[in-house]
Write a protein of this length. Sequence first.
Length: 437
Amino acid sequence: MDCRARPGNDRAGTKPGNDRAGTKPGNDRAGTKPGNDRAETTPGNDGPRCPLKLVVVTPVNGLPRPCELPVKRIKISLYGGRPPKGQAVKRHGTDTARMTAPNAQLGFDALNAALKAAGEETRLRVLALLAEAELTVSDLTDILRQSQPRISRHLKLLVEAGLIERFREGTWAFFRLAEHGGSAEVARALLDHLNPADQTISRDRERLASVRQARAAAAQAYFREHAVEWDRIRKLHVADDAVEAAIRQALAEKPFRSLLDLGTGTGRMLELFGPEIERGLGLDLSLDMLLLARDRLERAGLKNCSVRQGDLYDLPIGNDSFDVIILHQVLHFLDDGGRAIREAARVLRPGGRLLVVDFAPHEQEFLREQFAHRRLGFSPETVTQWMVQSGLEPVMHKSLRPEPGPDGKTDEKIAVSLWLARDVRALMAQTARREVA
């Protein structure tokens, strides 16, 4: 049973000032006075009065037993190695969130391999570039002015050492700094000691800027080609500003640190929440949309967010990985929306939230014929049932009605619905702990 508490909540599901872990007034706990639920000093104990306690649960005869220890001014983080919200790690002149656990230890052979892999001129330059952006072999050959086989060889060694990661998008392969593990921490520690004003690094960064400009030009060309189609669809439903305000309101109950945007499209959801989170990932099957999304994130300077190709029915992500998952205007393209929601629930952390945003039922048949919409909207019951079948608890449904047109009619406009559900495993763990106590 997962007993993780959520950031900002009282530890172990208790409230300040209440008896911890369900203890009854009148019981003596860790030096507290009978009948008093605060950690107070007792005769012979000159320690200060402390309103905060850390609940330690240890098994006794197969059952947990609450033990209370007074703790003074200790800030507990559930995300190893990440700075508190609003604080960041300075690297190469930019603020980015550190993604790896602190003090991760490696065996001798693994550390030796990581240092050997990084300890070569070209490979160190590659690490510095991948700290700035996700790049392909072609990008790196343009920047480093070296042959494709030579660059591929360097990348292979860095991947084998665990310093970088490789992922495919169609026929392309992208590379980025590794996010987890001891080797990833080694890479970031080395780069933290690299002077960003160094002549070699500065020259590489200038060439990287040229590569980014070429990417942006390609993305804008695709956008111009399809802008008329997108504008036509936008005019059919509730204004984007109103929808995004409703999305923010739906997730405003508590902060979150990681976001997965499924069917990310242009990456708008990552752009919307990127400045407030530590890690954002967008998945999409369309390489053209990923091109657009990557360009938008780079323009916004959101290095803590990335996009990659992925199948919504078979996510390349481990269980319990994200605090919040968003499916924004995606389900109407899918043959099996329930299956997509079940897969999203799999990678949701205990206590995490899933937000679905899609059209309410409508009769705009041309969307099916011209824009590959498989479903013409969803009733409130349909998505709610999918959430329940996925083991989630629905907590909100809201429908945004379109504004009347110049003629005062809304018949041809489409309403947008929002469904919010949460993973109840953390809540169940807290309830069980109170009952045992």
